[in-house]
Ligand binder design. Structure first.
Ligand SMILES: Cc1cc2nc3c(=O)[nH]c(=O)nc-3n(C[C@H](O)[C@H](O)[C@H](O)COP(=O)(O)OP(=O)(O)OC[C@H]3O[C@@H](n4cnc5c(N)ncnc54)[C@H](O)[C@@H]3O)c2cc1C
Length: 490
């Protein structure tokens, strides 16, 4: 429905800014206790970063969205929304390095043997050196990882991919981040196990390489389109092409928001309660009246990492068995390759063909971002062939999707900055911030969804702290992860 056709004045109790997983889940939860909502989505489709894009009948996920959660309520919601269309799929992912494939999550024995005896000896010596003369300071990612695994293993399996994703040297990433991401890998024990086998009952078993995960038949966007249909059936409004351009407040509460329906016609949407999934940076920029200068400066300093996927169509029935492959080789720009047909066969319209997603991590406005689409497709074809993932002659078509603000980046002063922003927002007692960029929180869908659920319940009289939602304490992949790369979050 176009914004100008919307019945915005009596839309409901709650105005939700953004129709991604957080916003739509909040609306879905509101419905459960009789609340009504208007969701305002800037784009022409729902789903946010978790939408499915389509090109000539081929469907592309912006990344690869595994539906995995340890929160029962989230799993129930997914099933309630999608039912039989929520497929159970086998998972395989590996690391591509110097023309060889290595298990992911990384298994040290597989890595040591796969790299050959010369490299294995180098790794072991470098590990021994790190044990004897570790970095005295463990301030950054590089020092933290090198101290535990040795410099050589760090260089091969941590440095390149991590730097591709974040775009800064590992020496500038915090050690705390490494400690949070990389858990339970013990190289010494892994090597002993490789030679002498698993010993003792207390030994943790390595997580099995092939797991099962859930995925909507037509990609993640199907979940959010189905959610939207269900909401509309129950009288909730979800408006597309409705960008929020102003958040009007009186210093104590938000009174309304202004939207631009893309036709230069502005409309004012009133409500009693407001939920925002907008990037915090944008939220503060469009507050009217504007917040104090100091607050605006903090908000405008928030940083993001952007993302681009070059989708390729290949005239081959089958290319490789993985759902996705991490590309650690430094001689190509691509960071990860998705094989969408292995996520769900229905992602491709013709089973004789395959569709790959070449993922690039970059900054909006940089040279790669500004490169013309046909050149990007040509580059992705070349890199795909160079990695021997497909024959270049069989790659017949491609398209480019740019995703700004895909990853919120934490600055060293993240905690104090967020505290200051939240303190100011605390004055507006009918506004809650939810979701990934809404809270500037590097998350998965389940976190976004739970912030939406709890915010909706707050509207119904509960007093949940939506900023302390923690859904991934025991994310299974972290149990035996040698990541160095976004392990469970991407
Ligand atoms: C490469 C990649 C891979 C990922 N893989 C996984 C995975 O495997 N599993 C998983 O669970 N999660 C994964 N995620 C994370 C997942 O995409 C996010 O957690 C989720 O989409 C966040 O939902 P959200 O609603 O909080 O935000 P978003 O998805 O960002 O939605 C926000 C919405 O607000 C809209 N909006 C913005 N500004 C305005 C405005 N001014 N007015 C109106 N609307 C506006 C946007 O258009 C968007 O639709 C991945 C993310 C990336 C980048």
């Amino acid at each position: 429905m176009k914004a100008e056709e919307a019945n915005l004045k009596d839309g409901g109790d709650c105005v939700i800014m953004g129709g991604g997983p957080a916003g739509l889940t909040a609306a879905f939860e509101l419905e459960k206790f009789g609340g009504k909502s208007i969701t305002l989505e800037a784009e022409s489709d729902v789903g946010g970063i978790s939408k499915t894009c389509e090109y000539k009948g081929y469907r592309f996920d912006l990344g690869g969205h595994r539906f995995f959660s340890k929160v029962e309520y989230v799993k129930e919601l997914w099933l309630e929304i999608l039912g039989d269309e929520f497929l159970k799929r086998p998972r395989l992912s590996r690391i591509h390095y110097r023309g060889h494939m290595f298990d992911y999550p990384l298994r040290p024995a597989n890595a040591l043997f796969g790299l050959g005896p010369f490299e294995a000896v180098r790794i072991l010596f470098s590990y021994a050196k790190a044990q004897l003369t570790p970095h005295k300071q463990e301030d950054n990612f590089e020092q933290w990882v090198s101290n535990r695994f040795g410099k050589r293993l760090y260089q091969i399996f941590f440095k390149t991919y991590t730097e591709k994703v974040w775009g800064i040297p590992c020496s500038e990433l915090s050690a705390q981040w490494a400690a949070q991401r990389i858990k339970n890998l013990d190289l010494k024990r892994a090597v002993l196990n490789a030679f002498f086998g698993e010993r003792g009952e207390g030994n943790q078993k390595v997580t099995t390489l092939i797991e099962v995960f859930h995925y909507p038949r037509y990609g993640p966007g199907q979940m959010w389109q189905s959610c939207t249909s269900k909401l509309r059936e129950k009288g909730h409004q979800v408006h597309l092409n409705s960008r929020v351009t102003k958040i009007n407040h009186n210093g104590e509460a938000v009174t309304s928001v202004t939207i631009n329906g893309g036709t230069d016609t502005e409309q004012v949407v009133e409500g009693k309660q407001f939920l925002s999934t907008l990037p915090i940076k944008e939220l503060f920029r469009i507050m009217d009246p504007a917040p104090p200068k100091e607050i605006l400066e903090i908000a405008s300093g928030l940083r993001y990492r952007d993302f681009m996927i070059v989708a390729l169509i290949i005239e081959e029935e089958e290319l490789f068995p993985d759902n996705w492959i991490y590309i650690h080789s430094a001689d190509v720009t691509v960071g990860r390759v998705q094989n969408f047909k292995n996520w769900s066969p229905d992602m491709v319209p013709d089973q004789k063909n395959t569709a790959l997603g070449m993922e690039y991590f970059l900054q909006a406005g940089d040279d790669l971002w500004n490169t013309a689409d046909d050149e990007l497709v040509a580059m992705a074809r070349r890199e795909c062939a160079q990695l021997k993932l497909a024959n270049i002659d069989k790659i017949v078509d491609g398209t480019v999707i740019r995703v700004p603000k895909a990853y919120p980046v934490y600055s060293p002063t993240h905690g104090s900055e967020m505290a200051r922003l939240r303190e100011w927002l605390g004055k507006l007692d009918n506004l809650q911030l939810i979701g990934r960029n809404g809270q500037h929180h590097y998350n998965n869908q389940d976190h976004s969804m739970m912030t939406g659920v709890l915010a909706a319940r707050n509207i119904n009289g509960e007093a949940n702290d939506i900023w302390s939602v923690n859904v991934d304490e025991e994310y299974h992949e972290e149990k035996r992860d040698l990541g160095g790369f976004p392990a469970n979050k991407s």
